[in-house]
Design a protein around this ligand. Structure first.
Ligand SMILES: Nc1nc2[nH]cc(C(=O)O)c2c(=O)[nH]1
Ligand code: SF4
Ligand SMILES: [Mg+2]
Length: 233
């Protein structure tokens, strides 16, 4: 077994997968430190923003085998790996994912879609939930930083990608439709931004009919509806 370590922000569960295709399923979560993007409204800036947080005090450097033992000591069939941007650490993630899959677990990775999965990770992970960042959410970042066509293509080529856009309002659906068409992204989920139940509910209500008209799927943020902006849920 590898002595590799991962830079972890938090690991928790059981909880419910709060977003996307597995919404409502019991799951364990492993949130990794670091991100290569700097989204203005990031809800997990404590994983990467050294200007606002003391990252050293937020980081746990954990042995892969200890994380694996923790996950396998629980009954949950689904393990979600998120961040931050988890694929920054993908070489050291590989033995963890391999161990989980060999034990029969389903692994989903939540990613911003700017780093392609490699080294066999693309065939071990059951689902990549890819969230490209829109102009408003990614304010200040150039398009070429947020949207990498070859990487999006690599995710599509895995046959295991779903695309989930965090949306501030229905006026952003044009931008999503253009991206989906240009990069052949499917299936497309839209998800309201928000860290309170009121924001998420209002956002979902505003998105529902426009999303139906466009052929997009809709996801809420169940954990925010249930528990608000609460780390570790
Ligand atoms: N319950 C729960 N579901 C989630 N789905 C995606 C999450 C994330 O932070 O990436 C998340 C999270 O933090 N909690
Ligand atoms: S890509 Fe995700 S983790 Fe990184 S800054 Fe943007 S919202 Fe935050
Ligand atoms: Mg999140």
């Amino acid at each position: 077994m590898s002595r590799d370590t991962l830079l972890v922000s938090e690991f928790f569960g059981p909880t419910f997968q709060g977003e996307g295709t597995s919404l409502g399923r019991r799951a364990l979560f492993i949130r990794l430190m670091r991100c290569n993007l700097t989204c203005r409204d990031c809800d997990t800036a404590y994983t990467w923003d050294a200007t606002r947080y003391d990252l050293a005090s937020k980081t746990q450097e954990l042995a892969v085998e200890d994380l694996l033992a923790w996950a396998l000591s629980r009954a949950e069939a689904l393990v979600v790996i998120t961040g931050g941007e988890p694929l920054i650490q993908q070489t050291r993630l590989l033995p963890l994912v391999r161990g989980l899959v060999e034990a029969g677990r389903r692994v989903e990775v939540e990613t911003n879609g700017t780093i392609a999965p490699r080294f066999g990770l693309e065939s071990l992970v059951s689902q990549f939930t890819v969230s490209p960042k829109l102009t408003r959410f990614g304010a200040g970042m150039p398009l070429a930083t947020r949207i990498k066509p070859a990487v999006l293509q690599a995710f599509t080529a895995t046959g295991r990608a779903v695309f989930k856009f965090v949306v501030s309002g229905p006026d952003e659906l044009d931008e999503i439709a253009a991206l989906a068409q240009a990069h052949e992204l499917a299936p497309v989920y839209v998800m309201p931004a928000g860290t309170t139940a009121d924001q998420v509910l209002a956002g979902a209500a505003a998105l529902a009919d426009p999303a139906l008209r466009r052929g997009f799927h809709l996801t809420t943020r169940l954990h925010v509806l249930l528990w608000g902006d609460c780390p570790g849920r």
